[in-house]
Design a protein around this ligand. Structure first.
Ligand SMILES: NC(=O)C1=CN([C@@H]2O[C@H](COP(=O)(O)OP(=O)(O)OC[C@H]3O[C@@H](n4cnc5c(N)ncnc54)[C@H](OP(=O)(O)O)[C@@H]3O)[C@@H](O)[C@H]2O)C=CC1
Ligand SMILES: N[C@@H](C[C@H]1CC(C(=O)O)=NO1)C(=O)O
Length: 328
């Protein structure tokens, strides 16, 4: 296929690998290269034919990449990489530190506008698809309550945050929903639930040699925007156990809007996900939004966008006429 969308990946971890695989499933796209902070010779891709470059070389590729997909961690990587890449490329990222999204939006909007690029931030499933469903629920059922539950599963954002704590060599975080809270919601009680009522968080951590376990535990459980508002447990394990027992990354969850319409009828809207691989699903969302960003850029649009700003049809490889014929 000629005129394929030329995509770059910055950051090659779980999500970067998932984006590589998702691009391979997209005949209208071509992966130009992967950019990493590590020595390119030490980064093994799924497809050995795709080149790996040092992240220091990204400026050489501004005319060769239509959309750059940032796959770094939201806690530390994207706050630095996002504003920089916004000045060079059309970008898609999965920034998911919910409490800081307004500030992050502003930090990428200015460089994107000044350089004439589109920057789609906070794509994925939450934020992302769940955000869209929370919006739809509130718009359609103005009288009601919205609830979001995740897991049991591995949160990549929280796992990334754990791995950034000084003294941590490796780690993962599982999110576990309260069955009691879910039952109260599903029974139509419209309960008022606090953050701590809905989920607990469980971390499995490998310590660096000589690290202080109590200091690491405190740094995790008190971490603002990630763990401070939850009951969090930290287990210390060895590296072999982490590799043997915590390599899979399933996840999922659901958004429910429960409310009443104008003649007092009960209505429930629900959107749910069951994910065999959190990173691969998230990556597939990013790649679909990369298609939309490329189209918006070609239409002359610029600046920061969220999933609320993107018409769903732009995500599809099908033409508007095909979509009207097949999906309406
Ligand atoms: N919005 C949403 O719904 C979702 C968002 N996310 C976001 O995705 C982010 C990335 O998650 P994930 O891919 O699991 O994070 P990883 O820890 O796997 O990767 C983060 C970065 O770390 C570096 N890295 C990866 N592996 C290694 C290694 N072996 N040695 C040294 N550095 C390494 C890579 O950068 P480099 O190549 O430059 O070294 C990579 O980009 C999360 O922080 C989260 O915020 C995830 C899921 C859902
Ligand atoms: N952003 C999340 C995606 C979902 C999962 C989640 C959680 O378990 O807290 N919150 O949002 C991730 O990084 O996995």
């Amino acid at each position: 296929m000629t005129n394929r969308i030329r995509v770059g990946i910055t950051g090659y971890g779980n999500l970067g690998r998932g984006v590589e695989a998702a691009i391979a499933q997209s005949p209208d796209m071509r992966l130009v290269g992967v950019f990493s902070r590590r020595d390119p010779a030490g980064v093994q891709l799924l497809d050995s034919e795709v080149p790996v470059y040092s992240i220091d070389r990204t400026e050489e590729f501004t005319d060769e990449i239509d959309v750059m997909i940032l796959c770094g961690g939201s806690k530390s990587d994207l706050p630095e990489q996002g504003p920089y890449m916004a000045g060079l490329f059309n970008v898609v990222d999965s920034y998911d530190t919910h409490a800081s999204i307004p500030e992050y939006y502003a930090s990428v909007d200015q460089p994107a506008r000044e350089s004439g690029h589109v920057y789609l931030l906070s794509s994925g499933w939450d934020p992302g698809l769940f955000s869209i469903n929370r919006l739809m629920g509130e718009a359609i059922l103005p009288e009601g309550e919205t609830y979001t539950f995740w897991g049991k599963g591995l949160s990549q954002g929280h796992s990334d945050a754990v791995r950034r704590v000084p003294g941590v060599k490796g780690g993962v975080q599982y999110t576990i929903p309260s069955e009691t809270a879910i039952e109260r919601v599903r029974s139509g009680q419209l309960p008022q639930l606090e953050t701590r009522d809905k989920h607990v968080r469980e971390c499995y951590v490998v310590l660096e040699e000589g690290a202080d376990a109590n200091a690491v535990r405190h740094a995790i459980v008190s971490m603002p925007a990630y763990f401070a508002d939850y009951d969090t447990t930290v287990h210390f394990i060895d590296e072999a156990t982490l590799k043997a027992e915590h390599g899979a990354m399933p996840h999922g969850g659901f958004v429910i809007r429960s409310g009443k319409t104008g003649q007092d009828n009960d209505q429930v809207m629900e959107f749910s996900l069951k994910l065999g691989s959190n990173p691969e699903f998230t990556a597939s969302v990013l790649v679909a939004y990369a298609r939309a960003v490329h189209r918006l850029a070609r239409l002359g649009d610029i600046g920061a966008k969220t999933v609320f700003d993107v018409a769903p049809g732009l995500l599809s490889p099908k033409s508007p006429a095909q979509l009207r014929k097949e999906l309406l």
